[in-house]
Design a protein around this ligand. Structure first.
Ligand code: NZQ
Ligand code: ZN
Length: 392
């Protein structure tokens, strides 16, 4: 097991009607003026936004609103948000939505707490010295941004999607009412389940030995997500299944499933180029690339893939032939993705990529040939292009 720091400072308020606590939670943070940030309309339509604003008013907290965050949140709205918050004297950012809204809040938070262009942080030009405080009322179980250190922003200028992580940006609190996710279209529920799985998978496929407890937490989390995704396919209003998946979304990305191990993250990095260039839904892009990545790398450590096949996918162990067990596990996860309506190739997402586009994705993903990806198998630009080609 490797040395590690585990930092999960977010206060979680979980359960039915939890959003009624928002005003109290914001007040606890000492906020005087709040930006209520939201997406394209689902929170308005469901009445959630009004309930949250009423709760702020009841707690005596002033607020302004800014909607319009889109999936793969855009830098232009972040800039608009920073300007608005400066004009209005906002000192607390409240996200009412999913990962995109939370990430947009985190980016606005960096902009408020630091001088200069906020994009500099996402391209590694400078380091921030803080982030204005952020809280979340979560409406979709997926990205895990409610407890993660990350935010992922897309710069429309050049189609670059970049993630940036610091502990400054961790949410002060996360309000999680699983019932709020019942209004999600089935497709969004399922891409969320893939993202939750992938936050653990991208940590789980490692060559670090000796993290048994972390392994077993991750394996239980993945089985739980798959079991409950299957329930939601046929019974989308099942509260307990929604609750299991919502809690898994946070635990899968607050690093509980990565303690003591070196994380790989290749699939996430490979996916960001699909989102940046083709604006695909993050979870769908992950499902589309995972199988190709797995087939490209599994020979580095077939026993690890065999462990996944047996402990997570419930397959028999061919002890004498770990490669056979490993491949069966890869096929089983791809079959699961298909069973919940997810793509397992780029074509399945309705996109035909040219050789030139594959070269462009590999170039961008390798930060213009200045970085490699992963640690399970270290991938260079040529490997990235090979995986994109396999996934097409
Ligand atoms: O905009 P509205 O109308 O609210 O619709 C949203 C959006 O279209 C809809 N939605 C959300 N809650 C709903 C709802 N519709 C009906 N009922 C509800 N209760 O769902 C759509 C997707 O929302 P989004 O916030 O984009 O989803 P998600 O949470 O999957 O976030 C995706 C973004 O997070 C990033 C992704 O790359 C992507 O940009 N990620 C962020 C991470 C982080 N910060 O730690 C880690 C992840 O790996 C990921 O990269
Ligand atoms: Zn993700």
């Amino acid at each position: 097991m490797l040395n590690f720091e585990y930092y999960a400072p977010t206060k979680v308020v979980f359960g039915r009607d939890a959003e009624a606590e928002t005003g109290r939670l914001v007040k606890e943070q000492g906020a005087r003026k709040v930006l209520v940030h939201f997406g394209g309309g689902s929170a308005k339509k469901s009445g959630l936004l009004d309930r949250v604003c009423d709760s702020l008013t009841a707690a005596g907290v002033d607020y302004v609103t800014l909607g319009g965050v889109v999936p793969n949140p855009r830098l232009s709205l972040v800039r608009k948000g920073i300007e608005l918050c400066r004009q209005e004297g906002v000192d607390f950012l409240l996200a009412v939505g999913g990962g995109s809204v939370i990430d947009s809040c985190k980016a606005i938070g960096y902009g408020l707490a630091n001088e200069g262009d906020v994009w500099d942080f996402y391209v590694g030009k400078r380091k921030p010295t803080g982030c204005a405080p952020v809280g979340a009322v979560l409406t979709i179980a997926a990205a895990g941004s409610e407890m993660s250190a990350s935010s992922v922003i897309t710069n429309e200028d050049g189609g670059l999607k970049r993630g940036f992580s610091t502990d400054y940006a961790r949410c002060r609190f996360a309000v999680m009412n699983p019932a709020l996710t019942c209004t999600l279209p089935q497709y969004q529920t399922m891409v969320g389940c893939v993202d939750i799985l992938m936050h653990t998978l991208d940590r789980y496929f490692t060559n670090t030995p000796g993290a048994q407890l972390t392994d077993q937490i991750g394996e239980a989390l993945m089985r739980t997500v798959m079991d409950n995704a299957k329930i939601l396919l046929h019974d989308p209003n099942n509260y307990d299944a929604r609750a299991e998946i919502m809690w898994a979304s946070s635990l899968s990305h607050n690093n509980l499933t990565g303690c003591g191990m070196a994380a790989d993250w290749s699939c996430h990095q490979l996916e960001h180029e699909f989102s940046g260039m083709f604006d695909v839904t993050h979870g769908a892009g992950l499902a589309a690339v995972w199988g190709s990545w797995a087939r490209y790398v599994y020979r580095e450590n077939p026993v690890r893939f065999a462990q996944f096949a047996v402990n997570v996918m419930g397959l028999p162990n061919h002890f004498h032939d770990p490669e056979r067990t490993a491949l069966a596990g890869i096929e089983a996860l791809e079959a699961f993705f298909r069973s919940i309506g997810m793509p397992t190739s780029i074509r399945d997402m309705g996109i035909t990529v040219t050789d030139e586009q594959i070269a462009e994705m590999a170039l961008k993903c390798s930060f213009f040939d200045t970085r490699t990806l992963g640690c399970f198998k270290v991938l260079d630009k040529a490997d990235m292009a090979n995986i994109y080609t396999m996934a097409r």
